[in-house]
Design a protein around this ligand. Structure first.
Ligand code: V47
Ligand code: SF4
Length: 370
């Protein structure tokens, strides 16, 4: 018979009886929990919240620019001080042409994020959102990380509330989870010293929630942070979610080391990625969903992750994002048809369910899997 060490045993009892685990217990899971044990607990939570369903959506990305005033050491994407010749800057017409490409397609969401361009300001983006909504009112616009928003608002001399109201009036529906990285001040200063800090990120999301704008949360892990930093990050998110219930989903982002200033830092193993999904699922008891972003981790790990707490695989994406392929992600041309995504989910023994951004079910009929 396998005997479980006592702190882990009492954590397991807490999880199975629906009780919240503490900071120290979260750290203990990272330090001592082996994969099978963590998977059992995380799967229990996942199935309690979402049964056997795995969600996906139909979306596409617009990346307005990869020019960025900031200098995050982990970023393989930004072009300003280095390789400026590879930088791109899209005009409003070019971005509208992308939107129009999907005119006859049943996509439900456009995800807009990019670098922080010194000249693309709040009013430029407000105009873009307005045009997208006028063209296709049913499309949910999930746009701009808190880092992009912080820069736009400061430049426009508006506070976060005024800036968000302006964007909402022009069509903004929700915020993506990027820019959170790792909240711990010392670690954040080592990997992305010049952009907004964790408290500002949290304040922008809290303000968005108070205005009825839902958002996602991410954590960049597997670089120079330690386990206490990961739990500290989850703790701050859990506290905010207790106050607002405004987060839709949590997305762990695995650090990729190709072509950036942290290429000397090795990447986490697949086992560590699965442990991280599982502990995130166990710790964030007030988040309904945990998402694995398949273009980043690859289809194989995305399949496995569904047994470690993940209940969402994001969208069809259609090869419209470059952030991860430039950082060395598994999938260099990320695109999965809806049918391929459903097959990936079904082959993991789960039921594929199409959702919109806010997790309303769009279609949950079961396609035969060949
Ligand atoms: O904040 C940048 C990350 C994020 C690297 O809300 C990297 O649905 C790993 O947040 N290795 C932006 N990660 C993208 C993002 C996102 C993605 C998918 C879905 C959603 C959502 C949000 O990408 C950045 C940063 O944490 N990132 N470089 C890298 N080398
Ligand atoms: Fe800019 Fe974002 Fe890259 Fe940082 S991660 S340099 S903010 S594009």
């Amino acid at each position: 018979m396998i005997s479980i060490e006592s702190p882990l045993k009492s954590i397991a009892e807490k999880v199975f009886s629906g009780k919240r685990i503490s900071f120290d217990e979260g750290v203990a899971l990272f330090e001592k929990g082996e994969l099978g044990f963590l998977g059992t607990l995380a799967n229990f939570v996942r199935e309690k919240k979402n049964g056997n369903k795995t969600f996906y959506n139909r979306n596409f990305h617009i990346e307005p620019t990869n020019v960025c005033v900031f200098t995050c050491n982990f970023c393989s994407y930004s072009r300003l001080y280095k390789h400026r010749e590879d930088g791109w800057e899209m005009t409003e017409e070019q971005m509208m042409a992308i939107v129009k490409k999907y005119d006859d397609k049943p996509v439900t969401e456009v995800h807009i994020v990019g670098g922080v361009h010194p000249k693309m300001d709040l009013y430029f983006f407000g105009g873009l959102l307005k045009k997208i909504k006028a063209h296709r009112p049913d499309l949910h616009i999930k746009a701009f990380t808190a880092v992009e928003l912080d820069y736009m608002f400061r430049k426009a001399k508006l506070n976060e509330r005024e800036g968000l109201i302006y964007l909402k009036e022009n069509g903004l529906d929700s915020l993506p989870g990027g820019g959170a990285e790792i909240f711990d001040e010392e670690t954040r200063n080592k990997i992305s010293a010049d952009k907004c800090d964790g408290n500002r990120w949290l304040l922008i999301h809290e303000t968005a929630h108070s205005l009825g704008i839902h958002s996602n949360a991410t954590m960049l892990y597997g670089h120079i942070e330690d386990y206490t930093h990961r739990i500290d990050h989850l703790e701050r998110l859990r506290n905010l979610q207790d106050r607002t219930s405004g987060f839709n989903t949590f997305i762990p982002l695995k650090f990729r080391n190709k072509d950036n200033d942290m290429s000397n830092v090795s990447e986490s193993s697949v086992v560590e990625d699965l442990r991280n999904y599982a502990i995130s699922r166990i710790y964030l008891d007030n988040f309904n969903h945990v998402k694995a972003y398949w273009p980043m981790i690859g289809k194989g790990t995305a399949g496995l992750s569904q047994s470690f707490g993940v209940d969402d695989l994001d969208g069809t994406i259609d090869d419209t994002t470059k952030i991860y392929s430039m950082a060395g992600a598994e999938d260099q041309n990320p695109s999965l048809s809806t049918e391929e995504l459903r097959v990936l989910i079904s082959q993991s023994g789960r039921i594929p369910v199409e959702r919109d951004t806010l997790y309303n079910v769009i279609n949950d009929f079961v396609l035969p899997v060949s």
